[in-house]
Write a protein that binds this ligand. Structure first.
Ligand code: GLN
Length: 476
């Protein structure tokens, strides 16, 4: 039985009914990976033994007629910023080239406990810093829709894995847009849950107050199913929320009719590609036809989102990345200057980190330094509150907001590589939700004339992923 085009619940049903085996499902994904990875550069490390051992367990259960767990037969890929016990985890960085973690990230452990098979670890921008995957120490990922173009970033490998049929679903992380933007550029569904909805335990920290783990999938229903498994309080992450987790798949049965969707004018201004605008407007019309009320709204502080994000994110990154010092993890420089302790720190970090990571450490260290702290970091935190209030005000009037995910379709590899500011603007519509901690999804809403996917973004109230998913299903 051909299982690659089935939804996750259909694969599970097929394995349960013994029409397919989990082993054959895993093998078929490895076949696609073997055929495509040389071109697309999606996987950095494969975990064949681990996936096949899990498949054997599932096939055993099926043979005995035991009901299967919710993600039985689901072949998943994991962004290489989530640690995996015994399986190399690089964060896309040279400094962690040989790092083999001693424990599993909670989200990964929950996937496996629910029957999923982890195929391997996906390429990403170094420490999740980037919007194109070009900042990986292991080379760029190529967009499966056009291999001369980027897949988006930083979770480009996970997005491309699902788009190319190299995995049925994947996990990514979103700090400023890194799930939604690559989902948009690769034509798949990408969901960023509310801050605290999914445990960050085992996620290599970039900016702790902004980091979120979430799924990539072929369909909204698959994304809902994965979220249901990974969401919920985890004693290992004190910022994970003790909020009941609904049955997101069951919630999808509720129609979108009667929901009020806000369209913020600030998300449709200068810099928005006309084809993206047309596709997103088409998506909004589709929601209106499904019975949603469309309400124009204003989010007056949106213009400050990018500068605010780049102060907060770099400040937190400079603190989080201090731990990579040649002593505790991975790579250590040993020669030349590295013969003294301070020389070892300096040389290790100089050789281990790439240009963008160094730029952020310097920017963040500066923003946090005595004398500048109030002017930059404190000011940015205040503006962050104003941005959050924009959402609170909007959500008094509407149930969700609908916007473009990315201002343009996938751009060419190299096009923005020398212009960090142009690259930072790729996240202009996504960083606001990270700063406010609200959930968001990107769902495909059309293609450009050149055949490049375009995504529609839906943002919701804190912990209201259900409404976001319902609307995404109506727009799908
Ligand atoms: N592109 C943004 C950045 O470079 C967001 C990255 C992310 O969400 N991890 O920081």
């Amino acid at each position: 039985m051909e299982t690659a085009s089935l939804t996750l619940s259909a694969v599970r049903a097929a394995v349960e009914a013994k029409k397919a085996t989990a082993t054959a499902v895993a093998e078929s994904y490895y076949k696609t990976i073997e055929a495509e990875n040389g071109t697309l550069n999606v996987f950095l490390t494969l975990s064949r033994e681990r996936a096949l051992a899990q498949a054997a367990k599932i096939d055993d259960l099926a043979a005995k007629g035991t009901p299967l767990p919710p993600l039985a037969g689901a072949a998943v890929a994991i962004k290489d910023v989530m640690v995996t016990r015994g399986l190399r985890t690089t964060a896309g960085s040279k400094i962690l080239e040989t790092y083999v973690p001693p424990y599993d990230c909670t989200a990964v452990a929950r996937l496996e406990a629910a029957g999923a098979m982890v195929l391997g670890k996906t390429n990403c921008d170094e420490f999740a810093m980037g919007s194109s995957n070009e900042n990986s120490a292991y080379g760029p990922v190529r967009n499966p829709h056009d291999t001369t173009r980027v897949p988006g970033g930083s979770s480009g490998g996970s997005a491309a894995a699902v788009a190319a049929g190299m995995a049925a679903a994947a996990l990514g992380s979103d700090t400023g847009g890194s799930i939604r933007q690559p989902a948009s550029l690769c034509g798949v569904v990408g969901l960023m849950p509310t801050y605290g909805r999914v445990s960050r335990y085992g996620l290599i920290a970039f900016a702790s107050s902004l980091d979120h783990i979430g799924p990539f999938a072929n369909t909204v229903e698959d994304a809902a199913l994965v979220l249901r498994v990974i969401a919920g309080r985890d004693p290992m992450d004190s910022t994970s929320a003790d909020v009941p987790v609904p049955d997101y798949v069951a919630e999808l049965a509720k129609p979108a009719r009667g929901l009020k969707i806000g369209v913020p004018k600030e998300y449709f201004g200068e810099g928005l590609d006309p084809e993206v605008r047309a596709a997103v407007e088409g998506g909004i019309q589709k929601l209106a036809k499904a019975g949603c009320e469309v309400v124009p709204v204003s989010m007056p502080h949106t213009a400050y989102a990018i500068p605010t994000y780049y102060v907060v994110a770099t400040a937190e990154a400079s603190a989080n990345l201090a731990r990579f010092d040649g002593v505790r993890y991975g790579f250590r420089a040993k020669d030349g200057d590295a013969r003294t302790l301070s020389g070892m720190y300096r040389t290790t970090r100089d050789r281990g980190f790439g240009t963008e990571v160094k730029r952020r450490i310097m920017l963040g260290t500066y923003a946090l330094s005595a004398g500048y702290y109030d002017a930059y970091y404190l000011k940015a935190q205040r503006v962050r509150t104003l941005l959050t209030r924009d959402f609170e005000e909007a959500f008094k009037r509407v149930d969700a907001l609908v916007t473009p995910t990315s201002p343009t379709p996938a751009f060419k590899i190299g096009e923005k590589a020398d212009d960090p500011l142009a690259m930072y603007l790729a996240d202009i519509y996504t960083v606001t939700a990270d700063l406010a901690g609200v959930p968001g999804i990107s769902v495909p809403c059309g293609k450009s004339k050149a055949g490049l996917p375009i995504g529609l973004q839906i943002l919701g109230r804190h912990f209201d992923e259900s409404t976001v998913l319902r609307l995404a299903k109506a727009a799908e």
